[in-house]
Write a protein that binds this ligand. Sequence first.
Ligand code: NAD
Length: 483
Amino acid sequence: MTAEATLTDMQLQHFVNGQWLDGQRAESFPLIDPSNGKEVSRGPIASPAVVDRAVAAAREAFAEWRLTTPKERAQYLLKLADKVEEASDELALLESRNVGKPIANAQEELPLIVDLIRFYAGAVRVSEGTATAEYERGSTSLVLRQPIGVVGLITPWNYPLLEAVWKIGPALAAGNTVVLKPSEMTPVTTVMLARLAEDIFPAGVFNVVLGDGSTGAAIVNHPDIGLVSLTGDTGTGKKIATGAADSLKRVHLELGGKAPVLVFDDANLDHTADQLSLAAFANSGQDCTAACRIIVHEKVYDAFLEKFLNRVGNVVVGDPADSATQIGPVVSERQLDRVLGFLDRAKTTPARVRAGGQRLDRPGFFLPLTVITDVDQDSELVQKEVFGPVVTIQKATSDDEMLRFANGVPYGLSASVWTSSLKRTMRFMRDLNFGTVWINGHLTTVPEMPFGGFGESGYGKELSSHSIDEYSQVKHVMITSID
Ligand code: NAD
């Protein structure tokens, strides 16, 4: 079966209460192959009534699921991990075709996804509270960690399967039931995940509804959902926080980023240029942690720029199905137009395009790796998330100026520092206002460590046992002995 045939053959349906709903008469969204721009399938948009069915099923299932022990939930998750592992080749192929992700990258993601599910199966079993005491004479206090109930999980299009697992892993491990909505652009591997989960979880524990922002809004507005977790655009996060305020539902937001990358005069420039030529453009720059805002000390600016441009020129942009491809197309015509809009508007500014800059003359949504220098700190290329293969490079005259440039944006998701100085490491890990700071590295996340932003990058943590806390609520119980 060819990759394209697989996408075309994929039947896009909602998965509710253990059943597949075809939603044939529903409104629908197109599924486009980003490597050639062709529509390959259509999927149904869940109406509020379908969302209501999913929430009702999840609510009913919660009555039993909440009573399962961590060990029992771990066993369900381990079965899911095994199934995902067995289906890795197919999942990678589907993800590559649907997102336009190079097949080699999609294949690299699968072991991480499997490991993450297994991590949550283990983490929930070792979680324990701080020891409590007798704070009142004659009474004993204890703290219970309990699930929230039905949680709504809304994911974006850049890492559809990875994001789904970042959310369902801790949510199910903590004892919640879930209604998961993938992006309307990239629902394929989430539907496949539901197929793999179908025979594992009791009906209603794991539900998937397909659709666009209207379906997401129906989840946010549903009174029986206790928490909504979104990974998406900062604007969407603000809408969700506003919508959730009516019912005071809890909200967990992983939003945009504009990662600063600080290259000091004592950095190993070859290593830095090697690493950044990929970290800046990974996933076609459609990564909220992409190393997209490079700030270089003036003493090494020219040397770094030359090394970086040389490396960028050697990165292979092409058909995602080709195993040699390092960077594929962007996800959609709309996203491409958005990125080109930034480049167009920059023409009236002092900004200089040093590589790329124009759409590639071939079918699909391809843009070459684009490097721009001479940008002002307050220009939109520096201040706003472009979410495409576009990197700016700024020159700074001092450590203080590097910090001012780095912290001078509304986002606060991630940053990196390239230096051999311990003193600089200590200062910048403290003073950078970002949820993740890498020293001499960029992009790597690990299941054991938390991930999440500050400022307009949102709030709440993904990964690690912190995310199990995110999907839990604690209760104080005081027991008093009476004579
Ligand atoms: P998006 O906000 O347009 O969509 C994300 C999801 O929200 C989709 O499923 C969409 O259907 C849904 N949605 C849209 N409007 C909604 C509404 N009003 N109510 C409820 N749901 C709604 O984002 P996107 O374009 O899919 O993804 C790109 C964005 O995601 C970028 O800004 C990127 O930085 C961010 N992102 C953040 C992280 C992170 O961990 N911080 C990771 C990946 C992507």
